[in-house]
Ligand binder design. Structure first.
Ligand code: SF4
Ligand code: SF4
Length: 457
């Protein structure tokens, strides 16, 4: 077989699911059960095989080498020094490599950060907000919060001027505090890049009591293996509408003062959707181009489907390029679109949502069809709410202007009305300055019922 793989993204997990924290919501911890008795360390030989195959198979010149876990820093710095050596050994002329790593930061010190800086790593640091929100679930094996260690990691990353993003999961402990979370990242951590990931821990009725205790180590007791089954969620999971409100609150602050200064992945990807582009698997029609490589060379369809049914094969036996281009993986990606319920296919924000990730599609639609996304109500609220602003920003970009002009438009509109609040009605002048009525400029087809309300400052 000689199939050309599509451009794909591969998350490599050199320590499998092994981690030096025991975050209560981290169902990846339970994946250790897939490899009983294993040491969970990628061998040097596998490291070389992986880098060689990735550089051979990848169809474009810009290649991301992404490390994730578990906690990848548990491999030790020498492992990553060798990864750089193998990149240099197998790199083809013209290939540009970006190294990335997602970490909890516990082990980061001057030596790590000097290495990251030298090799231009982009680091994702996991922080769930201010101390009490972070410490609610991000705990160590003894149950103590890890906030202070995450802040030490932040400090050393900043001191070495390493590029980093904040990755924040949204759950029961921080979901009702959107602005506190956002302002903490923007003003205290002074980061310009953040991602918000909803925690949805699915469980069956019999698994739920155990799952509510967390997925980590349980001395003297079995722990549950997380699989995509059941119609219930743990008490740590974010509610659908709660997540929608979270995103809307941050969007309002962002669209009035931070466009162009702060990068919030969900907003950036949404703007792409309003321009007809799909830049993130969960909001794209199909997926299947974000795979996960376990420490032993097992390649899975997706990081969220590291489960026996989604094992494509082992790169020691079958070249990575063949596995990525396989019929099984192609079908995995197509199923995202094919399995959408009619309720989604008829939805006015389908173009931006596309039913989000299949892993969260485990509730029924109002007319009883299975396969609706658990977060649907939240996404419907959010995408409808941002529709007017997205139309304006998309229009600005189409005109060759900048999206951040929207902030001046809103400010001017508020000043004209002499209020701290702007209501843009269908017959009002469009805030984009086109002199047309809003309904004529941007279709006025604000998907949200009624006029959009924009609060100033
Ligand atoms: S299953 Fe979800 S996370 Fe995985 S590639 Fe598809 S959309 Fe992305
Ligand atoms: S908002 Fe709900 S109905 Fe619409 S596409 Fe998303 S999941 Fe489907």
């Amino acid at each position: 077989m000689n199939l050309q793989p599509p451009a794909f993204h591969l998350l490599a997990k050199p320590t499998g699911a092994t981690c030096n924290l025991d975050c209560k919501y981290c169902f990846f911890l339970s994946k250790e059960m897939l490899y009983p008795g294993d040491r969970f360390r990628m061998s040097d030989e596998m490291l070389e095989t992986y880098i060689r195959q990735l550089l051979e198979a990848y169809p474009r010149p810009e290649i991301i080498i992404a490390w994730q876990g578990g906690e990848p820093t548990l491999m030790g710095l020498d492992f990553f020094r060798r990864s750089i050596e193998y990149v240099e050994k197998y790199r083809k002329p013209g290939q540009q490599i970006l190294h990335t790593m997602q970490t909890n930061g516990i082990l980061l010190n001057d030596e790590w950060c000097a290495f990251f800086k030298q090799h231009k790593f982009l680091i994702g640091l996991s922080v769930d907000g201010p101390k009490e929100m972070h410490d609610a679930y991000r705990v160590n094996k003894g149950g103590a919060g890890s906030f202070d260690q995450a802040m030490r990691a932040w400090e050393v990353l900043r001191r070495h001027e390493v590029d980093f993003n904040i990755l924040c999961t949204i759950h029961a402990a921080n979901a009702d505090h959107p602005l506190e979370v956002y302002r903490f990242f923007r003003d205290v951590l002074q980061t310009g890049f953040m991602q918000f990931i909803p925690i949805v821990e699915r469980a069956t009725e019999e698994l739920l009591p155990l799952a509510n205790l967390g997925w980590g180590d349980r001395p003297g007791a079995d722990r549950p293996l997380y699989t995509q089954r059941g119609g219930l969620v743990t008490e740590r999971s974010v509610g659908a509408e709660q997540f929608g409100r979270f995103l809307i609150a941050i969007f309002e602050e962002w669209v009035h003062r931070d466009v162009g200064k702060v990068f919030v992945q969900t907003f950036d990807v949404a703007l792409g959707s309003w321009l007809g582009q799909h830049n993130l698997c969960i909001f794209s029609p199909t997926c299947g181009e974000a795979l996960a490589l376990e420490h032993n060379g097992d390649l899975y369809s997706c990081d969220h489907y590291v489960e026996p049914d989604y094992l494509l094969g082992n790169i020691r036996e079958t070249p990575m390029g063949e596995l990525v281009a396989s019929e099984k993986q192609r079908k995995f990606g197509q199923d995202k679109l094919c399995s959408l319920p009619k309720y989604c296919r008829d939805c006015n924000v389908l173009f931006a949502c596309y039913g989000e990730c299949p892993r969260n599609r485990f509730i029924a639609t109002p007319d009883g069809e299975p396969g609706l996304n658990y977060l649907c109500a939240g996404y419907k609220m959010f995408f409808n709410h941002i529709d007017p602003a997205m139309k304006i920003m998309a229009n600005l970009l189409r005109q060759g202007r900048f999206a951040d002009e929207i902030m001046r438009m809103y400010a001017a509109q508020g000043a004209r009305q002499g209020t701290g609040e702007t209501k843009v009605g269908r017959n009002d002048p469009c805030p984009c300055g086109s002199r047309k009525k809003y309904k004529h400029c941007h279709g006025g087809a604000a998907a949200a019922p009624g006029s959009p309300t924009i609060r100033m400052g």
